[in-house]
Design a protein around this ligand. Structure first.
Ligand SMILES: [Zn+2]
Length: 341
């Protein structure tokens, strides 16, 4: 390792992990904000002593700054208004650490090769049929048999996607993903103790990785497309069409929820999309569910959300000592704890 190496983008990542602004870090390090800004932009390099000081303040091993780093875009975040910029950046920085872990786990033969198909959507106005087809193609390419997807998180991990849950000390951040070419990262939100919701969220992020890749459009249409993909991926039309009721038949819907491991809300939406129920019937059902408080907590709980396991297995293995030497220990621990919770 070249001890003089300094990967400038890692300074930003470490600073965002600590939730500090450039000015705050400068103050603590006894430097000017301009100096921090120059280190991050690459127009100046810190001396080894300064690197040591920064590492100490930011609670990362000094070796963290020596590692090469692949950049990714800002991530697809929903509910931008609900989450502060600091929390969002911190979540994104944690996802970068998860990517580092996946790369190292992969090098140690403890993580699957990345294998997420890129099937770019034709545009913001892409027809629903195209998105249904894309979802079907991904299922076929990944060898998913007909019917419900047994475990979405396991499926993603088996195709080289690093899946983590955000540590509990992070604020309320929705699921998001970062489209790294080798090992994309899917971060699931914190407090949603809801298996159906968590499966849908994970599939929604897969949709972005498959259809939207490096492009961030950040518009409503893109979110709708990801939802359409998730519905089609989890409930293929050919398999579910005839099972869906043509009236608001709750006992059948409860049964389908258990079988398909998706929410009642998703089933109703699917029934409307596939023309099994009319818009009017759909609205009646949604109102009835709402009146019973089911929009907050649905009946027929499916148990604990699916848990990522591959990075945890890697962290429990002796091979992870190399990663531990260069990655921030408190972040690694919190990823492990949150994902095993
Ligand atoms: Zn999204």
């Amino acid at each position: 390792m070249n001890t003089q190496a300094f990967e400038r983008t890692r300074l930003r990542t470490a600073r965002e992990l600590a939730g500090l602004s450039q000015a705050q870090l400068a103050r603590e390090a006894g430097l000017t904000p301009a100096a921090i800004s120059q280190f991050e932009s690459g127009s100046a390099r810190p001396s080894p002593e300064t690197v040591g000081i920064l590492a100490k303040i930011l609670m990362v091993p000094a070796g963290f700054f020596h590692e090469a780093m692949v950049e990714s875009h800002e991530g697809f975040f929903r509910s931008l208004r609900r989450t502060s910029v600091v929390d969002r950046r911190r979540a994104r920085a944690i996802a970068h650490v998860a990517h580092d872990l996946a790369v190292r786990a992969s090098a140690a033969q403890r993580f699957c090769a990345g294998d997420v198909p890129m099937i770019p959507v034709s545009g913001l106005e892409a027809p629903a049929a195209e998105i249904e087809q894309t979802a079907a193609r991904v299922r076929a390419m990944w060898g998913v048999s007909r019917g419900p997807v047994p475990n979405v998180v396991e499926l993603l991990e088996a195709h080289g996607v690093a899946v983590i849950r955000l540590p509990l000390d992070s604020a309320d951040v929705d699921a998001f993903s970062l489209p790294f070419a080798d090992h994309p990262v899917v971060v699931l939100g914190t407090d949603k103790n809801d298996r159906a919701r968590s499966r849908f969220d994970a599939t929604h992020e897969l949709a972005h990785l498959v259809m939207h890749g490096e492009q961030i459009w950040g518009v409503k249409e893109v979110e709708t497309q990801a939802h359409q993909f998730a519905a089609a991926f989890l409930m293929p039309a050919d398999d579910i069409h005839d099972q869906l009721p043509t009236t608001v038949d709750w006992s059948t819907l409860f049964e389908l929820k258990r079988f398909w491991q998706v929410s009642l809300a998703a089933l109703l939406m699917r029934a409307r999309t596939l023309g099994r129920i009319s818009d009017g019937t759909y609205l009646t059902a949604v109102k009835a569910a709402s009146a019973r408080g089911w929009r907050r907590v649905e009946p027929v709980p499916l148990g604990r959300p699916e848990q990522p396991t591959r990075l945890l297995d890697y962290l429990a293995s002796p091979e992870s000592s190399l990663a531990r030497a260069v990655l921030p220990p408190q972040i690694i621990e919190s990823i492990g704890t949150a994902s095993a919770a």
